[in-house]
Design a protein around this ligand. Structure first.
Ligand code: C2O
Ligand code: CU
Length: 479
């Protein structure tokens, strides 16, 4: 069974209902006079969604996926009440936000699970502007459609754009009669071949045709599951979401990869984009035709729009199909539905080649501790872990509060993993680039530094939700 794998579920199950725990309350510091407050109320429930043709029965925040956009201003106190009408325990993690530990939303680590028919109020200060998202940290619920954007505006920022478009990418497993829990069970039982497209996780993908500007394919195996649908803002390509704008307008695209098992290549036909932010933090503006985005990553780009109808394409890396939206600034025929970003746009930018904007760099400081996070495992048998074992069997990494920590993120597997650390953005040693989720290619090690100024017990894990649930997770505990 699923709970036999040493997982989030097993972890949260160890807290019987009503037992007093050591968890703090997710209440921010006493509200200061004049504190701005952003509030929202969410209902997690069963829902029937129209994906633009296909109708699916699933779980969602309200009646849409993505769920309601939450928008705050940096420094706001964010207060969100979740009403759990699901037939299961749940939680919400505020992905990328450097928030108080008690509001981080990890059952068994920072809170008790939110039981069915109960409510829970999260309260935290959102310190840094940027593009974020939220999702459960309970099993593989994210892959059912429980996700939505969280945007923190910068009161100082001059803007430099006329409008913005939030672009949320997803791989949609439902529609084949399987739930994400079924998929996880199949992955574990069959050793990583829970694919509906007849392609195993270990090969069969034509990486060579991805058009990396002549270079080699940058990633290893693309994912464990061939999904029937790839979505932008909850829509299949046959009935795409449309951004209506005027020619010459500058649009900020806030692109969020909320998929569970899919790296995407993103391009806007006929345009080059300037990447301005990675995981919420500014980068030295970098122009490209297309970029990769791993699960849990966010990239913001600014584009000056031409006159016509343009496809915004997200192609699942190493898989069949595409996600599509349209940008419409004038008359024109809809573009063909089979374009791939590399055909549209040429070489594809890998986010780790970006360089931090000066304002986004961690202050210069020598490391006081060095830690290694080694990702282990393989598809068959379907076993994923960190530092020698699955979560629950591996030892949490203990960090001394206040220290500058050098972390070697070492991928010892033949697959690409988007690695995510809660509660912090870390800086890449090579470029200062600030990230909370970084793509680690097969056998790649990326050295990062982290300022341990946000006390608590934090999760760090692969953002392939199936890998995380199978055990590719570890604790970072401050002492
Ligand atoms: Cu969005 Cu622990 O992750
Ligand atoms: Cu992984």
């Amino acid at each position: 069974g699923i709970v036999a794998t040493g997982t989030l579920a097993a972890c949260s199950a160890s807290q019987p209902a009503g037992t007093p725990t050591a968890f703090g309350t997710p209440t921010a510091d006493p509200t200061t006079p004049g504190q701005r407050v952003t509030t929202a109320k969410l209902i997690a429930k069963r829902a029937t969604l129209d994906l633009g043709g296909p109708e699916v029965g699933t779980w969602a925040y309200g009646d849409t996926a993505p769920g309601p956009l939450i928008r705050a201003t940096a420094g706001d106190l964010v207060r969100v009440t979740l009403d759990n009408q699901l037939p299961a325990d749940t939680s919400i993690h505020w992905h990328g936000i450097a928030l108080a530990n008690a509001a981080d939303g990890v059952p068994g680590m920072t809170q008790d699970p939110i039981r069915p028919s109960t409510t829970f109020t999260y309260e935290f200060v959102a310190p840094d502007p940027g593009t974020y998202f939220y999702h459960p940290h309970s099993g593989v619920q994210l892959d059912r459609g429980l996700y939505a954007a969280l945007i923190v505006d910068d009161p100082q920022e001059p803007g430099g754009y006329d409008l913005e478009y939030v672009v949320v990418l997803d791989d949609w497993v439902d529609g084949t009669g399987r739930t994400p829990d079924d998929v996880l069970t199949q992955l574990i039982a069959k050793g990583g071949s829970a694919t509906s497209g007849g392609m195993g996780g270990m090969g069969g993908m034509d990486h060579g045709s991805m058009g990396m500007g002549g270079g080699a394919a940058p990633f290893g195996d693309a994912g464990d599951v061939q999904y029937p649908h790839y979505l932008i803002n909850g829509r299949v390509p046959a009935a795409p979401d449309v951004l209506a704008a005027k020619p010459g307008q500058r649009v900020r695209l806030r692109v969020i990869n909320a998929a569970s098992d899919t790296i995407f290549t993103v391009a806007l036909g006929g345009h080059r984009m300037t990447v301005t932010h990675s995981d919420g933090f500014p980068v030295q503006p970098t122009e490209t035709g297309a970029f990769y985005i791993g699960m849990g990553e966010r990239y913001d780009t600014v584009v000056t729009l031409k006159d016509g109808v343009f496809p915004l394409v997200a192609a699942p890396f190493g898989k069949q199909g595409q996600a599509l939206a349209l940008v419409r600034t004038g008359a024109g025929a809809a573009p063909p539905a089979t374009l791939r970003p590399d055909e549209l746009a040429g070489p594809v930018l890998l986010g780790t080649t970006l360089v931090a904007a000066e304002s986004a760099r961690l202050a210069q400081r020598d490391a006081e501790a060095t830690e290694v996070i080694q990702l282990n495992g393989q598809m068959a048998p379907y076993q994923w872990g960190i530092n020698g074992g699955p979560f629950g069997e591996n030892e949490p990494i203990v960090i001394t509060k206040g220290e500058r920590v050098h972390l070697d993120l070492a991928n010892m597997t033949m697959m690409t993993h988007p690695f995510h650390i809660h509660g912090h953005t870390f800086g890449l040693l090579s470029s200062g680039l600030r990230k909370d989720t970084v793509l680690l290619r097969p056998m790649e090690t990326i050295a990062v530094e982290l300022q341990a100024d946000n006390a608590g017990d934090w999760a760090a894990h692969c953002h392939n939700i199936y890998h995380a649930e199978a055990g590719m997770m570890i604790g970072l505990n401050y002492r």
